[in-house]
Every structure is written in C-alpha cells, then in structure tokens.
Design a protein around this ligand. Structure first.
Ligand SMILES: [Zn+2]
Length: 476
C-alpha cells in the first residue's frame, strides 16, 4: 500500500460575515438535509479555534436553526459533465497534497495538458503555494479545491512523498535479469479499439469496395493484432489481458437504453430545440459504442485489472466520402497519441478537470512520452510509414518526434495509467486494403509489386519490439 500524504485542513471556514454564503456552499457540496446542516453548524460553533465573538454568533445561528423551521433547500445545480460522466469526488486529490512543486505543476500544464495558455483560465488558478481548482464550473459558489504544492526547496529524492498510483513505474521494477523474458512482472492491457462484426457499421468504422471482397471493419482488425501481440508479449514474460476477446461490446447498455440520456444531453443547454429523431438516434448510438463502452472498459481497467500500461490499438482512415461509394486514398501514415491538449470546453467539464489533474499528478506524461518514443522508432522500422501531421488545434506536438502527438481522448484520459494510443495505417489506402484482403499469414507474400508480412503481424511485431526496448532501458 502506498502511504498517503497528510491532508491539509479543509478549505471551508465559516465566518459570521460569510455565513449565509458558506451555508449555501455546504448545502450544495457536503450535505443534503437540514438536519445534517444544523449538525455541521453546531460543530463549527463549538470549535474552540473560533474567536469567542464568532463562536457566540455561530452558536446563536445554530440555536436559531434548531427552533426556526428551515426553508427547503433548492436542489443543487447540476454540474457540467462529459457524456455519461459522474460528478467528481475532489477528495481523490487529497492523496496528492504537497506531492508536486509549483514549477513542475505549471510546466506540465503548459507544456502538455493545456491546448493554450487560456484553456484553464478561471478553472485552475496557480497561487504561490497552491493550485486553486474550481469545483463546479457553472457554479463558483460551490467553492474551490486547494491543492498545495511541495516547496521547491524541500524537493529531494529523500523527502519527496510517494505518489499514489495503482501501476508501477518501470524504474521501480526489479531489473529484467533474464534476457529471454524482459517483460517479466509486467501487466499489460491491450485495448483493441472499437467493437467488431455487426457493430462496425453502427460505429461507422466499416467500408467495402468491390463485389467479392472482405469488408474492412476496424474492430475486427484491431482484435487480430491484439491476439498476436498477446502471444508475443506473453512469450516475453508479461501478463497480458485484452479488454475484449470477441466482436461483442462489453457494456450491457445499448442505444435503446440510452435514448433518455441522449435527449438529456441534446437539450442540456438553455434554449435547445427539440432534437430530430435522427439526431436522437445518432447521439444514443454514440453514447453506446463510445461513451458507455469505453467507460465500462475503464472500470474494468482501473478497478479490477490495474495494469502497468494500456496499449490502445487502432487503424486510421482518411475521409472516404459517401460510405456507400467509398474511395481509395493514396495517403498512408502512422502516429501515436499520448494524453494532453485539453481545450477550455473540456476543462470546463468538472469530471474532465479532475481526470486531467489525476493524470498530471501521477506523472503519466513522462512514461507515455518515453514509451511512445521507443514504439515510434520500432514502428517506423517495421512499417516504413511516414508520420501523420495534425493541422487543427485538437492535438499538439510535445517534442521533436513527428510521430508523437498529445491529444485528449476518452480512452487515454480515463484509463488511469500510462496509455499509448496507436493509429498506424490508413484503412482506405489501396495497398492497406489489399493487405487486409490477404488476411493473416506466416512469412511473406506478394502484395501488389512487393513482398510483405501480414499487416497484422507487422503491426503487432513492431509494437512489441518498441515495448521491449523501452522496458529494457527503463528497468536497468
Ligand atoms: Zn479507431
């Protein structure tokens, strides 16, 4: 068990001047009944730390609360949350009090996590001794969470507190003593992106060109790669778990179950119009295959599996126009995503703000970046693919490696350990299409004018080589 750092005093202080507003804050965030509220006030009133005059005023208020029937409380204002997100429990940050210096906190935020310097304006304020984090972005009266910094001068390896995380950084693992098994002691989760079979069409990760051809379904392709990688990594000593082992989703919910949620989401903003039946169906489907499916995988990863890393496998695609008449493209490329680049809209969502901070405080950035470096090198050698370049502002480059981008996706945000998210091959590239038609095979085969490995083995083997290189370097 990791030891938690002592938690500082609560940030709420009831003073006579601000009692009514503090009262409201407490109602919203801490208690839901007047009885509890009265108890809270009574306890505050008896606190000897309060100056006598304040104690008296507080006691009078408490007496009044006992005798005067309290007005019913207004229901708490719902916070701004991501799709199917839960109201954040800010006490999860208690374990990270005084575990990071102001300099490092600021550097990680600016360099990796914020899309630009304004992204966290009014949401995360950096003071000399602490970060002041707004708890509910649409309701500032709900208060702030104070995350105190580790003083720069006291930061030494001997005094730095342990960081709470369920995964083990590679430098903490015993050195890989046996060269044939460099991945011993590691638990790796492989997340085959998307769902397969009939669901590929719902997810719009599907196309077919030609009469007697196999359909291209990303979720089935990622599962094939995952199985080969599982075999590779297990032979090298790792314990490997797949988030799914067939073409079925792991969430029990389906779009029909999420219609009411979709309706709520589409009409959440004041003045929203009644959504069309098509829009409602489309949103319910996205809530199923994206939000609910990935959140269910996250629950499994964070609460049950608790791996040392997650590898998310995907294939990329370029716009294929009309799905009924898709076109081939000449482009083919690769890139690797690590978590970061949160927009202001994303940081405004209370649950995302907490998730960003948990990743920052666990320092996943350093591990994801170093691992992505090694995997990008081995994938470059193995696939020969050039890097993909983002032209919008939804991803940012964090070093000089053109293959690595920082981007905030649900999976690489809520799987709470180092995650690398792989996007090699353009599925609607003509050569990739031909290689998928050839299926999985041993050795090499002539595809077009050249001899190629099976696309699945090339993908799996090059990622495996990168992970081996990373752990060999980091564990020794
Ligand atoms: Zn994908």
């Amino acid at each position: 068990m990791l030891k938690c750092y002592p938690v500082p005093l609560p940030t709420y202080h009831i003073t006579p001047r601000t009692r009514s507003s503090s009262f409201a804050v407490l109602c919203i965030t801490l208690v839901t009944s007047t009885a509890l509220l009265s108890t809270t006030l009574s306890q505050s009133a008896s606190t000897s730390a309060l100056p006598e005059s304040k104690s008296k005023t507080a006691a009078t208020a408490a007496d009044k609360a006992k005798t005067t029937p309290a007005k019913p409380l207004a229901p708490p204002k719902p916070g701004v949350l991501a799709r199917l997100g839960k109201t954040p429990d800010w006490t999860r940050l208690d374990a990270y009090q005084r575990s990071i210096s102001r300099t490092e906190f600021q550097r990680l935020l600016r360099h990796n996590y914020l899309q630009n310097d304004e992204s966290a304006a009014d949401l995360i304020e950096i003071l000399p001794d602490r970060a002041r984090i707004l708890k509910q972005s649409n309701h500032p009266q709900s208060g702030y969470y104070d995350l105190f910094f580790l003083s720069d001068s006291t930061k030494t390896s001997a005094t730095a507190p342990k960081i709470l995380r369920y995964w083990t950084p590679p430098w903490k693992m015993r050195p890989a003593l046996h060269p044939p098994k460099p991945l011993t002691d590691l638990h790796i989760v492989i997340d085959p992106g998307h769902i397969g079979g009939e669901f590929a069409q719902v997810e719009e990760r599907w196309y077919r060109i030609g009469e007697n051809t196999l359909p291209i379904t990303e979720g089935d392709m990622t599962l094939k790669v995952a199985r080969i990688m599982q075999r590779n990594l297990t032979a090298l000593g790792a314990r490997v778990t797949l988030t799914r082992n067939d073409a079925q989703p792991i969430t029990k919910l389906r779009s029909e179950d999420l219609k009411a949620e979709a309706q709520k989401w589409l009409t959440r903003l004041p003045g929203s119009r009644k959504p069309s039946a098509y829009k409602l169906q489309h949103t319910a489907e996205r809530l199923f295959y994206l939000s609910s499916e990935i959140r269910t995988r996250a629950e499994q990863i964070n609460n049950k599996l608790k791996p040392d890393l997650v590898v998310c496998l995907h294939f990329n695609a370029e716009a294929w126009g009309n799905p009924k008449k898709p076109d081939f493209v000449s482009k083919n490329h690769n890139h690797i995503l690590i978590n970061g680049c949160y927009s202001q809209g994303e940081i405004k969502e209370d649950d995302e703000r907490l998730e960003l901070l948990l990743r920052l405080l666990q320092r996943t950035y350093y591990y994801e970046l170093t691992m992505a470096e090694e995997v990008s090198k081995s994938m470059r050698r193995g696939t020969g693919l050039p890097p993909y370049t983002y032209t919008g502002d939804n991803a940012k480059s964090v070093n000089s490696n053109p293959y690595i981008w920082s981007r905030n996706l649900l999976a690489n945000r809520i799987y709470l350990c180092p995650v690398i998210f792989l996007e090699p091959y353009v599925m609607n590239n003509k050569e990739v299409h031909a290689r998928v038609q050839a299926g999985d095979y041993k050795g090499i085969r002539k595809i077009g004018k050249s001899y190629r490995l099976s696309i699945y083995r090339e993908y799996a083997d090059s990622v495996t080589a990168g992970l081996v290189n990373y752990f060999k370097k980091q564990r020794n």
